[in-house]
Design a binder for this molecule. Structure first.
Ligand code: SF4
Length: 231
């Protein structure tokens, strides 16, 4: 209840603020107890750039599923150095994962490569910050700026109201390094076996292209259930 009240207060005060102000409010509300979760994907540089202007020592958690494109890992190193981020943590699977599990059971594969390691890493924090945007999927359309996650932590979405064009404008205005696969037709980038090039009109269409899902399984509803085709 205390977290929900805090989320309510933060939304009432900062929901209409700009992204930097939202970030500052989140960091001030949970000093040393909040982490950014980033995929170092197509537009991750926007949130990370805003963070770097405020505090470069905030932990940045990246799921290193061991199935990522080599370009993503190169980009993580280059972008982190460019922005001067000092605490980027790569989260690898805790359990052994069969190499071909994604071919047989993508939910189980995401559980082992993403959900478990993120769960373990977030256990030491009271809140997380994401780069999710409302325009990305139908279920994100009503996403609040501050919300409570399935475990009772605060989850902050400073870019919730941003448009695709606003992201591009920010990347251009600050001359931020771009993920090398964007120019090769990948507007949304996840694990290599589950990502294909897609049209810019529907950026996430290249993720799990043979399935109806839109999400990798690392986002949960308030009741703890993994949200499918949503969030
Ligand atoms: S996105 Fe694909 S490869 Fe990555 S964890 Fe999920 S099922 Fe496995």
């Amino acid at each position: 209840m205390a977290v929900e009240a805090s989320v309510e207060r933060l939304n009432a005060r900062f929901a209409e603020s700009d992204a930097s102000e939202i970030l500052r409010a989140a960091l001030n509300a949970m000093p040393g107890r909040i982490a950014v979760v980033s995929s170092f994907g197509a537009d991750s540089a926007v949130l990370l750039h805003l963070l770097s202007e405020i505090d470069r020592d905030v932990p940045v958690l990246m799921l290193e599923t061991q199935m990522l494109f080599a370009e993503t890992l190169d980009y993580q190193r280059d972008l982190s150095a460019h922005l001067g981020l000092r605490d980027v943590r790569l989260l690898t699977p805790i359990s052994d994962v069969p190499e071909d599990l994604h071919l047989r059971d993508t939910s189980a594969c995401c559980q082992l490569r993403k959900v478990e390691p993120l769960e373990k890493a977030l256990a030491e924090f009271d809140g997380s910050i994401t780069g999710r945007k409302r325009f990305q999927t139908g279920a994100r359309a009503a996403m609040p700026v501050f919300e409570t996650d399935y475990a009772g932590r605060v989850r902050v979405n400073p870019l919730a109201s941003w448009s695709a064009q606003a992201l591009v404008d920010h990347l251009d205005a600050h001359n931020l390094p771009r993920h090398p696969l964007v120019s090769k037709g990948y507007p949304s980038i996840g694990c290599a076996p589950c990502t294909r090039p897609a049209s810019s009109e529907d950026p996430r269409a290249g993720r799990w292209a043979n399935e109806t899902r839109e999400e990798c399984g690392i986002h949960f509803g308030p009741d703890g259930r993994i949200i499918r085709g949503a969030a």
